[in-house]
Design a binder for this molecule. Structure first.
Ligand code: ZN
Length: 102
């Protein structure tokens, strides 16, 4: 193996479908979900394989690409949003209860 520079490069990534190394490129967000993911999940980046046209999320920092870690990140983000809404609603209800005088 030759020495590789530590700078992250798309050419060093392996495609999960066709296993080709060096044909992975950053893909642009095409819909609302992908735009939302870009905003709320900086560790997950959308990639596209120019060899077999595979498109999907990969971790920007981690070398190991695991399905479980992907869903945990997604669930973590969703749980954070849900908790925020629940906490906001709970606070609002208590403020209303105070205003009403109960
Ligand atoms: Zn591929």
């Amino acid at each position: 193996m030759t020495f590789q520079r530590p700078r992250p490069s798309p050419t060093l990534r392996r495609c999960p479908r066709c296993k080709t190394v060096g044909r992975m490129y950053r893909s642009h967000a095409r819909n609302v979900f992908e735009r939302w993911m870009k905003l709320f999940s900086p560790t997950l980046v959308l990639y596209r394989c120019h060899h077999c046209n595979w498109r999907g999320y990969m971790f920007r920092r981690f070398k190991q690409q695991s399905r479980l870690a992907f869903w945990l990140t997604l669930l973590g983000g969703a749980a954070g949003v849900v908790l925020g809404i629940v906490a906001g609603a709970w606070l609002l209800l208590h403020i209303v209860a105070l205003l009403v005088g109960r």
